[in-house]
Design a binder for this molecule. Structure first.
Ligand code: DQA
Length: 152
């Protein structure tokens, strides 16, 4: 992997993702959020970046964390969960960032109910990964690191 200036990456998980492993495992998989976060942090170490993770069920807390990220990190991975489909506040917060943002969904939102087909937040993201389960987070991390190396 080429040298990178991407040093710190924040991974944000939205509402109900704290219930992963117990929540509709046939859709979201059997891994808990704790296990997924541990894997993401380990993958970050292998890529030479420091990964922080954050989960909240509250829209305002997610907005606060995104605003804070503007000062603290070099890239953001976010699964806005249900707020993907509803939140102008999250979209506006993401829009203010000048760091790359990857939106991740565990499930393929385009194969599910029609209300999940539209993402309010995707237009404020650099790119989106959907339907690859927890691997989506790992691929998003790698994409951020590669994107940065390509730019330098
Ligand atoms: C989700 C998809 C959303 O539609 C849903 O509300 C979630 C999880 C996903 O990761 O597949 O909570 O973002």
């Amino acid at each position: 992997m080429p040298p990178t200036t991407m040093k710190r990456i924040l991974v944000i998980h939205g509402p109900n993702l704290n219930r992963l492993g117990r929540r509709e495992p046939e859709i979201y998989g059997h891994h808990t959020l704790e296990a997924i976060d541990a894997e993401i942090i380990q993958a970050g170490e292998a890529l030479g970046v420091i990964v922080q993770t954050f989960q909240s069920n509250h829209e305002g807390e997610l907005v606060d964390r995104i605003q804070q990220a503007a000062e603290e990190v070099d890239g953001l991975v976010i699964n806005p969960a249900a707020y993907t489909h509803t939140s102008v506040a999250l979209r506006d917060a993401l829009q203010m960032l000048d760091i790359p943002v990857i939106e991740v969904h565990l499930s393929n939102i385009y194969r599910r109910e029609s209300f999940r087909h539209h993402s309010m937040t995707a237009a404020a993201a650099t790119g989106q990964i959907a339907g690859l389960g927890k691997n989506g987070y790992l691929l998003a991390l790698e994409a951020l690191v590669r994107m940065d190396a390509d730019a330098s």
